[in-house]
Unconditional design. Structure first.
Length: 62
């Protein structure tokens, strides 16, 4: 895995953690709109992580 990919993975992991924290905070405040926005951000970060790991597996096969 390249340093660039490792950096992008760390970035997406941080984004996912941030979204989880925002989601929990919004939920505790009863802010449903905030929960929905944080959930979308979390799903995006997780999708990006999945794509990065899939790309790494494809490169490992070569």
């Amino acid at each position: 895995m390249s340093r660039y990919q490792e950096s992008k993975i760390r970035e997406q992991e941080q984004d996912a953690q941030w979204a989880r924290n925002v989601q929990a905070q919004a939920r505790s405040e009863g802010n449903e709109h905030g929960v929905q926005r944080a959930t979308r951000s979390l799903n995006t970060a997780l999708d990006n992580l999945s794509d990065l790991y899939a790309l790494d597996r494809l490169r490992a096969k070569d």
